[in-house]
Design a protein around this ligand. Structure first.
Ligand code: HEM
Length: 503
């Protein structure tokens, strides 16, 4: 009896096992059909989903000159319009080169859309990095960063540091020798961040060691995320853990002194004293701020050094503006730049805006739709990836007259664009998003502009410079980089010696 029962049970389970693959296949088939039906019911933007798995990722990431939108974007926009669908980074995606949609996406962060960087970025920058955090934790980390980069701190603290570090770099420039302007810009922004974040002094062995580790780390951030022996990504993960150990040792040194005695002059001291963040969170915060604050501004400075020689009138006008400021300071018996001087750098701000518009340090952002969204008659399905391409808007001929042309005067209140100047400027400003927008607007945008302005001040007052390699131009990989490091030669101005390194 028992035998018969167990025999019938085993034959039942055999039947179930035999049927299971067919049931699963049917189930998957039904899901696919349902998804297809849903998609045909939706009015998706036109586009091409490319190859299975890879989609169109390789074409999208193919390097191109940073001052244009690249062949992939140009072809897609001319074929499908400014909003199109694709399959990128392994996910169905809506790509937007539309200024209105980009603004809409960024302003609806957390409601309709959410920051969604590829998992490999979280792997390397850390799961507590601001770039990958969302919700309350993002808000808390953002508050800390904003506090650390506040307007008040910029005026009282950072202004002086920025000038010191500019002078340190510029005073080391040798006349009549070729050197990499990109490396010099990186030296400046790295030293500034290392000092401001962990009070590391430039040139000290530990700072230089950290800089070296950081170079390997950066190569991995921008490489294919393949974690195999010998790959840039694997090496970067190793550098990451050495960098974290270094930051941790600095943390322990501070904590030994007792929480109440910690000096809160730098970010590390401030978070240890005032926040409830865990050790792991502090480490990722420090690392991601070092990354966010160093890579972007150095590229922006290198871009200004690259664009300006092609526009001698802009260099002339910059020299006039900065000579005026320097003269007034001399008369007042002052040596260091202050906030009032910075506010006088009006044309410099136009040069900065134009450099960021044409060079596009950050070209596109990663988001995903949290709900089904309808925009201009198109459906953006919940869960789809959304890429607002800010570079495409900055280079759109319908929004910026002769967009490939470096023209700082377009940012002047009373420019001669023909159109009513104030409406032109406000229209241009609302389409200008080099620092992103909405609740995730770059926390360091004011510091970045200050760094560029102070660097330009001492650069134009003290040097003439020439680009040594006509062929070295910024490329979008999609991160912006000069393949040969932007080699230049520099000559000091005769009868002018404003550089006065007091470090
Ligand atoms: C020219 C230089 C810079 C450019 C073009 C730039 C651009 C950007 C952009 C586009 C975003 C938004 C990312 C997104 O929404 O997904 C961003 C975020 C951020 N940036 Fe910058 N950035 C620059 C310099 C800096 C500096 C100097 C710092 C700080 C030291 C900094 C710190 C940050 C932080 C902390 C965030 C994350 C903000 C958040 O998620 O709330 N950036 N940056």
């Amino acid at each position: 009896m028992v035998d018969r029962q167990s025999a019938s049970m085993s034959s039942d389970s055999e039947v179930i096992l035999c049927l299971l693959p067919s049931v699963l296949a049917l189930f998957l088939f039904l899901i696919l059909i349902r998804r297809k039906q849903q998609q045909t019911r939706l009015h998706l933007p036109p586009g091409n989903m490319g190859w299975p798995f890879l989609g169109e990722t390789l074409g999208y990431l193919k390097p191109y000159s940073a001052t244009c939108t690249g062949q992939f974007m140009e072809q897609h926009i001319s074929r499908y319009g400014k909003i199109y669908k694709s399959n990128l980074f392994g996910e169905p995606t809506i790509v937007s080169a539309d200024a209105g949609l980009n603004r809409f996406i960024l302003q609806n962060e957390g409601r309709l859309f959410e920051c969604s960087y590829p998992r490999s970025i979280g792997g390397i920058l850390g799961k507590w990095s601001m770039l990958v955090l969302v919700g309350d934790m993002h808000r808390d980390m953002r508050m800390i960063s904003l506090n650390f980069l506040s307007h008040a701190r910029l005026r009282t603290h950072l202004m002086r540091e920025v000038e010191k570090h500019t002078l340190l770099v510029l005073s080391s420039w040798k006349e009549n020798s070729v050197f990499s302007a990109q490396d010099e810009a990186k030296k400046f922004t790295f030293n500034l961040m290392a000092k401001h974040i962990m009070s590391l002094d430039p040139g000290k062995p530990e700072t230089e060691q950290l800089k070296k580790l950081y170079v390997t780390f950066m190569k991995g951030v921008v490489s294919a995320p393949v974690n195999l022996p010998g790959t840039a990504y694997r090496k970067a993960l190793q550098s990451r853990s050495t960098i974290l150990k270094f930051i941790e040792s600095k943390m322990e040194e501070r904590l030994k002194e007792g929480k109440e005695n910690i000096d809160e002059d730098d970010l590390l001291g401030w978070v240890l004293k005032h926040s409830n963040l865990s050790k792991e969170q502090i480490l990722d915060l420090i690392l991601s701020l070092l990354f966010a604050g160093h890579e972007t501004s150095s590229v922006a400075i290198a871009l200004a050094i690259y664009f300006l020689p092609g526009c001698p009138n802009a260099i002339q006008q910059l020299r006039e503006e900065h000579t005026e400021i320097a003269k007034a300071k001399k008369q007042a018996g002052e040596t260091e730049l202050n906030w009032d001087d910075y506010k006088k750098m009006e044309f410099t701000q136009c040069v900065i805006s134009e450099t960021l518009r044409l060079g596009n340090v950050v070209r596109f952002l990663h988001r995903k739709a949290l709900k089904d969204v309808r925009y201009k008659g198109y459906d953006i399905p919940c869960g789809w990836k959304v890429l607002p391409v800010i570079a495409a808007v900055h280079l759109d001929p319908l929004l910026f007259d002769q967009p490939q042309h470096f023209n700082p005067w377009r940012w002047q209140q009373n420019n001669n664009s023909g159109a009513s100047s104030s409406s032109y400027t406000s229209m241009t400003s609302s389409n200008f998003m080099p620092f992103g927008g909405g609740p995730r607007l770059c926390a360091g945008s004011e510091l970045a502009k200050l760094e560029m302005a102070v660097f330009i001040h001492h650069l134009v007052l003290n040097f003439h410079w020439d680009l040594e390699d006509d062929l070295d131009q910024p490329f979008a990989f999609p991160f912006v980089d000069f393949q040969n490091g932007l080699p230049i030669t520099a000559r000091r101005h005769q009868n002018q010696s404003h550089i006065n390194p007091k470090i």
